[in-house]
Design a protein around this ligand. Sequence first.
Ligand SMILES: NC(=O)c1ccc[n+]([C@@H]2O[C@H](COP(=O)([O-])OP(=O)(O)OC[C@H]3O[C@@H](n4cnc5c(N)ncnc54)[C@H](O)[C@@H]3O)[C@@H](O)[C@H]2O)c1
Length: 285
Amino acid sequence: MTSEEVSSPPPIDNWNRLLDGRVAVVTGGAGGIGGAVSSLFAQHGAHVEFIDIDAEAAHAKEAEILAAGGSARAHVADVRDAAEVARVAADVLGAHPYVSVLVNNVGDYRPLVRFRESTPESWKEMYDINLFHIFAVTHAFLNPMIEGGGGSIVNIHSVEGMRGYPGEPVYGSMKAAAAAFTTDLAAGMGRHGIRVNGIGPDLTQTAQVDYIGTSVGSEHLWEAWAPVGRVGWPEDQARVALFLASDLSSFVTGHNVPVDGGTKAGGGWFWSPTAGRFVNRPKGL
Ligand SMILES: NC(=O)c1ccc[n+]([C@@H]2O[C@H](COP(=O)([O-])OP(=O)(O)OC[C@H]3O[C@@H](n4cnc5c(N)ncnc54)[C@H](O)[C@@H]3O)[C@@H](O)[C@H]2O)c1
């Protein structure tokens, strides 16, 4: 390889198939943001090996992708369990020696326990669902990614890890740690052909956060709540994940992108004296 080849951006042969022939692993890939990532990556030619704790949703997502002409396989597992992560990794790597994309997407703010009422058990719960599995799943696939010639890791955390989050600082800390892991891993792994970037979602309609249902009658306030003036959709997140996973972003690593309709830039949490709590979509203070 000449130095010019080494320093050139990788060619993109088909802009409609940005992940053609690549094997992608997605955690929580059956529903919500992860479900949209699985579908969009399959549409762009990836073979998607996704992991989800919800067996029914996982089989439905696999059937949906196959019916659309894509390639995917569902693994039913709990990524909080190291033995289950090892089992799925062995299964995936038994079928494909290399993977080139990994999206760590699982995470949850629930059960929400305010810090003053929190316990060592509730701190551990936040760690398990938001951070532990990012280490476990990344550790399981990193060496095979390097041996396969490199790849891209996308960690989906939260905009709450990128700003002050008054509601639940333990959740915010886990998300901030996921963002820091993203940057730190990227700094060490770039020379091994691995890029690592993160996405900090906000205001995205999923089963976990029903923004639409809780905004009925106040839809006109979206222009106040989010600078872009609307609720977000899982596809909004998936499009950025596609950018970060594909060669479109081949010169981007170590960054955390808020995909939040602008709330980090111009929105946030407000103390509501009438509600007696912090609100991110005030209907009146
Ligand atoms: N929706 C938002 O506005 C928003 C905001 C900030 C951060 N996030 C983050 O984005 C990510 C995705 O959120 P979402 O809103 O799509 O969530 P969701 O709850 O709607 O979907 C999560 C998916 O992961 C699966 N899952 C949950 N626990 C699992 C486990 N232990 N093992 C395997 N699979 C599991 C679920 O079955 C589901 O398919 C999370 O990390 C979340 O914290 C979302």
